[in-house]
Design a protein around this ligand. Structure first.
Ligand code: NAD
Ligand code: MG
Length: 402
């Protein structure tokens, strides 16, 4: 049994809270070093108290004050670090060996990369980091001897179905004997909704996922299936798999989390309840297995598992993601940035649902994306990310009319 000291980036989110839940079940195996959050300082204070975190990281001085206010009446205040540089420094902090990267969006890239560069065991939930910085991130894992455990349920399932040793290093080539990766997708809340009614869907409808309870951004991504597109790109980098050997199949029950097909025709699948504590625990304890509170799977009660091909007319974002992957790193940065801007606008009521795909398509469809080169550094990637966000903002303003 290995004792681990864990830092959770994005502790107050859905993945962060599930991670703390698993850790709390195994006090003899895990200690919490640091927790970060961008908002909800009351929740962060409660989490820091319960987990006895030594350090918390908050975005600015106002958040620091809110944390101190929320802490009143509790025992000794943890060390409070402030700002983006402190977040990256904490991810690389010597005091922890394991970092859960669970910030949402490209905002999580610098800290996730810092953890990889410091040679940590990185539990990667933040898929946008790999979409934006695939090569750079995988090189950092390899060059610094980091361990990379995929937490996204599909990638965790694939990882479980692949042959590997006791160490999770960066893949350099497709695993021998593997023909194809099969990502399952639930199809989200709008899988069967009449197409002509999609223009009117509300943020709450888009966030009402049939199987998973998640943060609002990834919930909207699941409704558009851009999430599956991001996951195809994520799988490409994690498993060094060419795009034409990654397929998506819609499986509405979300019981099979993904599959690996081998050259001999065998297909291995990982099944379980749709509960992120399972992949989180797998990453924390790898190569061991620990209890999570997730109950047994009652297949007889489930009765059936269904499958269908994804409908690209209903889910144009999935097509756009495959195009971005073939278009290269610049296109992937643009895809992700345009989506973050469009989803944020949709969630605050400033853009209708179909605008999400339209804005991504507009931003991707420019010579500027193809001209993007020299993306070998974090700075270059973040510059391109900023440019794509500006273009998405312009497309949004144009679509909103004069
Ligand atoms: P969430 O919105 O519930 O939580 C996000 C966390 O990140 C919060 O702690 C928030 O304070 C922090 N954060 C937000 N913006 C930030 C910023 N600019 N800088 C620093 N911190 C910031 O999100 P979630 O659903 O937990 O998802 C987290 C990541 O995990 C995403 O990349 C998502 O795609 C991925 N993921 C989530 C699930 C799931 O079941 N929720 C499943 C697979 C993958
Ligand atoms: Mg997933």
């Amino acid at each position: 049994m290995t004792f681990r000291t864990v830092t959770i980036l994005g502790a107050t989110g859905s993945i962060g809270a599930s991670t703390l839940d698993v850790i709390a079940r195994h006090p003899q195996r895990y200690r919490v070093h640091a927790l970060s959050a961008h908002s909800r300082m009351e929740q962060l204070a409660a989490q820091a108290e319960a987990s006895q975190a030594a350090v918390v990281v908050v975005p600015d001085d106002a958040a620091r004050q809110r944390f101190v206010d929320a802490w009143r009446g509790r025992a000794r205040l943890p060390e409070i670090r402030v700002g983006a540089q402190a977040l990256a420094d904490t991810a690389a902090d010597e005091a922890s060996d394991t970092v859960m990267a669970a910030i949402v969006g490209a905002a999580g890239l610098p800290s996730a990369l810092a953890a990889a560069s410091a040679g940590k065991r990185v539990l990667l939930a933040n898929k946008e980091a790999l979409v934006v910085a695939g090569r750079l991130f995988m090189d950092a894992v390899r060059d610094n001897g980091a361990e990379l455990l995929p937490i996204d349920s599909e990638h965790n399932a694939i990882f479980q179905c692949l042959p590997h040793g006791a160490r999770a290093s960066a893949a350099q080539a497709p695993a021998p004997g593997v023909r194809r990766l099969l990502l399952t997708a639930s199809g989200g809340p709008f899988r069967t909704r009449p197409l002509d009614s999609l223009a009117d869907v509300t943020p709450d409808q888009a966030c009402a996922h049939p199987n998973w309870s998640m943060g609002r951004k990834i919930s909207v991504d699941s409704a558009t299936m851009l999430n599956k597109g991001l996951e195809v790109i994520e799988a490409h980098w994690l498993f060094a798999m060419p795009p034409e050997r990654i397929d998506v199949v819609v499986h509405p029950q979300s019981v099979i989390h993904s599959m690996v097909e081998y050259d001999d025709g065998s297909v291995l699948a990982q099944l379980g309840h749709p509960d992120m504590r399972t992949p989180i625990a797998y990453g924390l304890a790898f190569p061991e297995r620990i209890a999570t509170g997730v109950g047994p799977l009652d297949l007889a009660r489930l009765g059936r598992l269904d499958f269908e091909a994804p409908d690209l007319a209903r889910f144009p974002c999935l097509r756009l993601a495959f195009e971005a992957l073939r278009g290269g790193q610049g296109a992937c940065v643009a895809l992700n940035a345009a989506n973050e801007v469009a989803v944020e606008a949709f969630l605050r009521g400033a853009a209708p649902y179909p605008a999400i795909a339209a804005i991504i398509e507009t931003v991707l469809d420019g010579a500027w994306v193809r001209a993007a080169d020299r993306l070998g550094s974090l700075e270059a990637l973040l510059d391109l990310d900023r440019e794509a966000r500006a273009r998405a903002g312009e497309a949004l303003a144009r679509s909103a009319g004069p």
